[in-house]
Ligand binder design. Structure first.
Ligand SMILES: [Zn+2]
Length: 158
């Protein structure tokens, strides 16, 4: 059965790019992690913002983990980004940078359910045809957490 020989192989470049590069950056102004969650500690209004859910029954025992190994909760992450080296085609048209006209080598940024495209030259434009669900479908697992937007960009090679 010759036609069985060749299953369509995914382009290893695409696979690798999706697998390796997604990074998130945290709110720069986030509060420091609480050292230990004390049961009797009165959670004031400002303190409660630190936790993803102050009344969460599965409060994690995280005092043995160094902070860099902890996964930030959703409200502590300002956004995610991934590189997109290819042309981006939406509604049959190739998206270009409105400032410099390039059409590939983007960083795609997902923040507050908005998608922004950033070109090599650092121009950013919102892409309303895309949303966070699209981003999540196309990105790999996060492999880096960075305190600032700029660190995150550097990490992705921009
Ligand atoms: Zn540009």
């Amino acid at each position: 059965m010759f036609h069985r020989i060749r299953r369509r192989k995914q382009d290893p470049f695409l696979v690798e790019a999706r697998r390796r590069h997604q990074a998130m950056w945290e709110m720069a102004q986030r509060m420091p992690w609480p050292p230990v969650q004390e049961p009797q500690a009165a959670a004031g209004p400002s303190e409660s913002q630190v936790y993803a859910g102050p009344t969460d029954p599965v409060a994690e025992v995280d005092d043995f983990l160094p902070s860099e190994l902890r996964v930030p909760s959703h409200d502590q992450v300002a956004g995610w980004m991934m590189p997109w080296p290819w042309p981006l085609v939406l509604d049959g048209e190739i998206v270009t940078c409105t400032d410099c006209g390039i059409y590939r080598d983007w960083v795609i940024i997902s923040t507050r359910n908005q998608i922004w495209l950033r070109c090599r030259a650092g121009h950013q434009q919102q892409e309303v045809r895309l949303d966070a669900a699209w981003f999540n479908r196309h990105s790999g697992p996060g492999d880096g957490t960075h305190l600032t937007f700029e660190d995150c960009l550097r990490y992705l090679g921009h």
